[in-house]
Design a protein around this ligand. Sequence first.
Ligand SMILES: [Zn+2]
Length: 74
Amino acid sequence: MANLSQEQTCPACGVTVANDVVQFSNGSTGTRARLYARVCQYAKKPECINQDKELIGVVLHEDGFMEAPPIKLG
Ligand SMILES: [Zn+2]
């Protein structure tokens, strides 16, 4: 078998995934979990390639699920 890199571009989000490394449009890289947290969960399109929970794995807070900022009362 040829040693091809598995590069896919999500047609819904426009983000490239190569060998499970996500290349964001701003030049940074991340995991599928980060892509999901920041883009795919909002896109919610059936053609999105990053909807498989087993591939996405665990999404960490630092991947983009922002905690609600503390609200100052008073
Ligand atoms: Zn996507």
